[in-house]
Every structure is written in structure tokens, then in C-alpha cells.
Write a protein that binds this ligand. Structure first.
Ligand code: ADP
Length: 479
């Protein structure tokens, strides 16, 4: 437990294990934080945010410099961090190294650049008044992160929070605390003042709830399930109405029109759903294919899925590792069974890999209809449901008929169709002829029950600042 730039044992004396999902071996025991530890972390974060503290007195370019230095250390320790991430999550090492770590470093540098460019406006009001706004830090920010991209989701919250001058109390997911804890040691090495970043590993209903209900936490950013997102918002409203940013689930449509570049569409749809063992809120988990090309699209998608290499995440050839834990593994297999029972055609996969713990065969279903559970529920596993459509109006209606609205992808060479779909689809992100194209500069977040607010880009700054309006009455009217 990292508080005030020091390591602490849990107040309760309890620890919890973290496992390697590809071998099912215990990696180590972690201090189990709970409410008293969160209280200590919040006290430290509050003190670090006091008026006159070293952090509050630090000028904005120096805050930017600290974020750049943190990015330098992530570059220096990139192999170690990617190794820890692979051990704790089971994701292929090369993906951890080239995608997760790359995203972390770029996001830190992007927000390092923003630190001294956060400015308000001058607003013309009555003649003898001057009115301007200040964009001030909110105070103590809570961050609760998921297990699918542990470090990246932490950096998406930490970088804008620190760049705006806030302090932080972070709770990593209980399945994957290792890289977040490693960040603690880097925070200290960089020279952030004590108390600016505090990290309390532990479980959701205990340590997590202690953050969401805390009266001295001014803002909370959460990435995880829609179910827990609702609890977070409820806890915020029952406590101090802390600001809430939520990045939740998705059941994301991927629309492939008959005029699309088929090679591109098949490969992007494949990567879009199978990337990270299917454990992505952005997963292309409802593929709608125009009827003329449906049989060919299914055939090629099955070829891709059958070729996907599943195995040891530290083997450089591996494309897919294990699912994160038994609970997720069981849930995915149960949804696969529901697909079979409800009449979808199983084209390949559909089973666990025998004697290999938590590995699941890449699975493709065709002849999927909108009322089947695999077309409605977030699977969070290596399962590709493929549906058929006839007209653009029809596919817009079907794509939008979900409580979620995180991402959508469209494959077409027709500009008019692309833009019609981009405006009609109810989702925070629309990718045209690509998938998972995420950038630190571009905002990311959900419509509807996929979330509240935006992470990344300039937009995220608004989630970590309060606007203060200052109005001054001049003693004399100007001539
Ligand atoms: P999943 O179901 O995929 O594990 P969750 O939404 O449960 O996703 O977990 C995401 C994060 O939310 C984790 O850090 C978890 O510990 C935390 N969490 C779970 N339950 C709660 C809760 N009641 N209050 C606050 N945080 C929670």
C-alpha cells in the first residue's frame, strides 16, 4: 500500500494472492487495503493538496516535467512493466510491450504537454465589470481501474489528473495489482511530493467502496462493468456528490457493407473482437454483414479464427493467452452454450482448450439473430457473433437497439454511407475502415449506459478541473 511515497502494510494485517492466469500459479501476496487504509491515503492526498503545499506551489511547467520524467522511467522499465503485465493478466507479452506500454508513454507525454496550457477565458460582461474564468484542480481524485488493461487505464486517469494539479487515491483491480504498484516506486523516484499519488490495492466492495463513498474525495474515475458503474454513481450521490467519470461496457456494432475492402474488413473485425482475449470494452462483438457478402465474410473469418495461435503469452508467436480468471472463463463458456442452444451456427471453437487452465478456443458463430444472448450481452471473451443485414436503415436501427453506446466500426468505400452511419450510430466513437484506433489526443467514452464523460484528449481536462468565474467591478466606468 503506497501512501505518502512510502510502503505500508494493511491496517487489518490481511493479504490477498494474485495469480498468473496462464499457469494458475500464485505470483505473490499483496497487502489487502480496506477502509482504514483508504482513509489514510485520502488524508495524505488531502494534505498534499493543501494551499501552500509543495504540490500546490509547484508551477505548471514543473508538473509537466514530472510527467515527462515518469514517461522516461516507463520507457526505461518497459520490459519489466510489460513482463509484470503479462504475468498478471495473461496477455501476450508483445502486445503488452507494444500496445499497453506504448499507450501509457504517449498518454503521459501528451498530458505533460498540457500542464502549462490549461487556461480560462475572459468574458465580456457589463461595461464596468471584468469577468474571467480559472480552471482549477478539483482536489483529491479517486481512480478505480479494471483488470483488462491495468496500467493503461491507470495512466488514462493519472496523467490528466496530475497535469491539472490534482492528487490521487488509486485502487487497482484485485486480479491485477502488480504494474500499478510498480508505478508507486516510479512516482517516488520521479520526485512527486509525498501524498500526490497513493495506491491502495484491495477488493471492490471494501477498498473500492471506501473510495466511492468517501466524503473527502472530490472526484472519481472508474473503468469497469456497468453494474459496478451504477454502484459508484449511487455511492457518489449518497455521499458528497463527488464528480463521476465512468467508462463501462459495450456491445459494439461492426458494420461491413458489401462494397467494403473485404480483406481489410475481415482482418479488422477479427482483431476487433479477439484482441486481448476478447476482454475489451471496445470489442467488435456484434458483426453485421450485408447479405451479398455474408457467406464469404463468414468463411474468411473462420479461417482467421482457426489460425489464431493460442498459448503461452511469453511465446512471441502467441496471439491469444488465457482469460483472466475462473469466473470470466465460466461466464464465457456459459454464453457460448447459450449461443448453441438458441440456434446460432457454431462455425469453429466453442470449447475450452483441454488441460490448459483458462484458455478458450477462438469461437465464431454465424446465423446469429438479435434476440440471442450472444448478440445482446457483453461476452468479454474470444467469441465472434456474425449477423446479416439487408439495408442501411435496418442496420442503423439494429446497431442502436442496445443499452450500450461505446464504439462502432463501419467498413465501406462509399463516403456517403460512411458519413451517414457515422452520424446515425449512437456511440462515443465511430471507426471507419479501422478498429481500435485509439489516440491520447482523441476523446474516448460512451453514449448511453457505456459511460459518463470522456477520457483522453483535451476533453478529459474538463473532467479534472472546476471552472471558477471571477467577476470584478471597476470603481470607475471607462470613458
Ligand atoms: P469485472 O466484473 O470485470 O471484474 P468490475 O466492474 O467488477 O469488473 O471491476 C472493476 C473495478 O471495480 C475493480 O477494481 C473492482 O475491484 C472494482 N469494484 C468492484 N466492485 C466495486 C464496488 N462495489 N465499489 C467500488 N469498486 C468496485
Amino acid at each position: 500500500i503506497f501512501i505518502n511515497n512510502e510502503w505500508h502494510e494493511s491496517t487489518s494485517g490481511k493479504k490477498f494472492p494474485t495469480y498468473n492466469p496462464s499457469t494458475l500459479e500464485k505470483i505473490c501476496d499483496i497487502e489487502e487495503g480496506d477502509k482504514p487504509d483508504v482513509d489514510n491515503a485520502v488524508e495524505a492526498a488531502k494534505a498534499a493538496f493543501q494551499r501552500g503545499s509543495p504540490w500546490r506551489q509547484m508551477d505548471a511547467p514543473s508538473r509537466g516535467r514530472l510527467l515527462h520524467k515518469l514517461a522516461d522511467l516507463l520507457e526505461r522499465d518497459r520490459v519489466t512493466l510489460a513482463t509484470l503485465e503479462t504475468m498478471d493478466t495473461g496477455k501476450p507479452f508483445l502486445q503488452a510491450y507494444f500496445i499497453d506500454l506504448e499507450g501509457c508513454i504517449k498518454t503521459l507525454r501528451y498530458y505533460a504537454g498540457w500542464a502549462d496550457k490549461i487556461q480560462g477565458r475572459t468574458i465580456p460582461v457589463d461595461e464596468n465589470f471584468v469577468c474571467f474564468t480559472r480552471h482549477e484542480p478539483m482536489g483529491v481524485c479517486g481512480a478505480i481501474t479494471p483488470w483488462n488493461f491495468p496500467l493503461l487505464m491507470l495512466v488514462w486517469k493519472m496523467a490528466p489528473a496530475l497535469c491539472c494539479g490534482n492528487t490521487l487515491v488509486i485502487k487497482p483491480a484485485e486480479q491485477t495489482p502488480l504494474t500499478s504498484l510498480y508505478i508507486g516506486s516510479l512516482i517516488k523516484e520521479v520526485g512527486f511530493p509525498p501524498g500526490v499519488v497513493n495506491i491502495v490495492p484491495g477488493y471492490g466492495p471494501t477498498a473500492g467502496a471506501a473510495i466511492s463513498t468517501h466524503d473527502s474525495i472530490d472526484k472519481i474515475a472508474f473503468t469497469g462493468s456497468t453494474k459496478v458503474g451504477k454502484l459508484i454513481k449511487e455511492a457518489a450521490s449518497k455521499s458528497n456528490l463527488k464528480r463521476v467519470t465512468l467508462e463501462l461496457g459495450g456491445k459494439n456494432p461492426c458494420i461491413v457493407c458489401a462494397d467494403a475492402d473485404l480483406d481489410l474488413a475481415v482482418e479488422c473485425a477479427h482483431q476487433g473482437v479477439f484482441f486481448n482475449q476478447g476482454q475489451c470494452c471496445t470489442a467488435a462483438s456484434r458483426v453485421f454483414v450485408e447479405e451479398q457478402i455474408y457467406p464469404e465474410f463468414v468463411k474468411r473469418s473462420v479461417e482467421f479464427a482457426k489460425k489464431r495461435l493460442v498459448g503461452d503469452p511469453f511465446d512471441a508467436r502467441t496471439e491469444q493467452g488465457p482469460q483472466i480468471d475462473q469466473k470470466q472463463f465460466d461466464k464465457i463458456l456459459e454464453l457460448i452454450e447459450s449461443g448453441k442452444k438458441e440456434g446460432a451456427k457454431l462455425e469453429c471453437g466453442g470449447l475450452a482448450i483441454e488441460d490448459r487452465g483458462l484458455f478458450i478456443k477462438p469461437t465464431v458463430f454465424s446465423e446469429v439473430t438479435d434476440n440471442m444472448r450472444i448478440a445482446k450481452e457483453e461476452i468479454f471473451g474470444p467469441v465472434q457473433p456474425i449477423m446479416k443485414f439487408k439495408s442501411i436503415e435496418e442496420v442503423i436501427r439494429r446497431a442502436n437497439s442496445t443499452e450500450y453506446g461505446l464504439t462502432a466500426a463501419v467498413f465501406t468505400k462509399n463516403l456517403d454511407r460512411a458519413l451517414t452511419l457515422a452520424s446515425a450510430l449512437q456511440s462515443g466513437t465511430v471507426w471507419i475502415n479501422c478498429h481500435n484506433a485509439l489516440y491520447a489526443q482523441a476523446p474516448f467514452g460512451g453514449f448511453k449506459m457505456s459511460g459518463n464523460g470522456r477520457e483522453l484528449g483535451e476533453y478529459a481536462l474538463a473532467e479534472y478541473t472546476e471552472v471558477k468565474t471571477v467577476t470584478i467591478k471597476l470603481s470607475q466606468k471607462s470613458p
